[in-house]
Design a protein around this ligand. Structure first.
Ligand SMILES: [Zn+2]
Ligand SMILES: [Zn+2]
Length: 80
């Protein structure tokens, strides 16, 4: 499981397990360090990129790092 957040060196890590649950939520695996993991159902991040047809964010509401569409260094796909 790989952390979906942009590079960060503190705080918890989050890996997306599935977004096949209830609409507007996704199941995430949350961990801090190497041996404490926890399942969490989190609402999707509601912030989309500005402008018409703005790309949605792949993360969850109130995440700590930048939105996935702000990550200009690499192409981000929610499905990868
Ligand atoms: Zn992380
Ligand atoms: Zn976001």
């Amino acid at each position: 499981m790989q952390c979906q957040l942009s590079a960060h060196d503190k705080g918890e890590h989050f890996g997306l397990l599935t977004d096949a649950g209830a609409y507007g939520t996704a199941l995430w695996l949350r961990w801090h360090g190497t041996n404490e993991t926890e399942l969490a159902v989190l609402p999707d991040c509601p912030v989309a990129a500005p402008g018409p047809g703005g790309e949605g964010c792949c993360l969850f509401a109130d995440h700590t790092t930048q939105h996935t569409w702000e990550d200009a260094l690499e192409e981000v796909s929610c499905t990868s």
